[in-house]
Design a protein around this ligand. Structure first.
Ligand code: 5GP
Length: 180
């Protein structure tokens, strides 16, 4: 059954709002245990992770400051394979801090590798990543997220922050969008 919210229809809900909320709670507990007594800077990777980051940080029971980093990832073949552009840096000093990247999805892995390389240059104590979604079959690099919400197959999904040309981010669930 198709679901519409003023958008072209989404043929299938992959992760409902309820399933996401339950998993985000679990991730919050796992991540809080990992960072107990540490000073954490959570970096939402914009724009895709903004909804996930907003929900996840409210489940963290640690000393955490929220900041962001913005990148643009180019599709294969559009510029050069896996090229990523840094559009904005975090405003806080990361030196000596435990940095937690909050990502929407790790697909080929190029974006995560790019982000980790940039962040390590700032002298943090540690750099880790939590990603709502992980597509292991698409990986082209060694990149990995330390905490993962859901492993998914090679399907294109939108919603809960994930977009197609800026649209669909507002959907409260993650839905499958077949290629046109
Ligand atoms: P990478 O291939 O570098 O791991 O991921 C690059 C970016 O591709 C992600 O941050 C995300 O914006 C986008 N991406 C990858 N798979 C999907 C998907 O299934 N849906 C959407 N909306 N974006 C995706």
């Amino acid at each position: 059954m198709g679901v519409t919210l003023g958008h072209p229809p989404i043929p299938a809900v992959v992760y409902s709002a309820e399933a996401i909320a339950t998993r985000v709670q679990q991730l919050g507990r796992e991540i809080s245990a990992h960072y107990r007594y540490k000073e954490v800077i959570a970096l939402a990777v914009m724009n895709g992770a903004m909804l996930f980051a907003a929900d996840l940080v409210r489940q963290l029971d640690v000393d955490v400051a929220l900041d962001s980093i913005t990148v643009r990832s180019y599709e294969q073949g559009t510029v050069s394979p896996g090229s990523v552009e840094l559009l904005s840096r975090p405003t806080r000093t990361l030196s000596g801090k435990h940095v937690l990247l909050i990502e929407d999805i790790v697909d080929t892995g190029h974006t995560l590798n790019f982000l980790k390389a940039i962040l390590w240059e700032t002298g943090p104590a540690t750099v880790s990543c939590v990603s709502l979604l992980n597509k292991p079959v698409r990986r082209q690099t060694e990149a990995y997220a330390d905490f993962i919400g859901f492993d998914i197959d090679d399907v294109f999904v939108v919603g809960y922050g994930l977009d197609l040309d800026g649209r669909y981010r507002n959907l409260p669930y993650v839905g499958w969008l077949p290629s046109l």
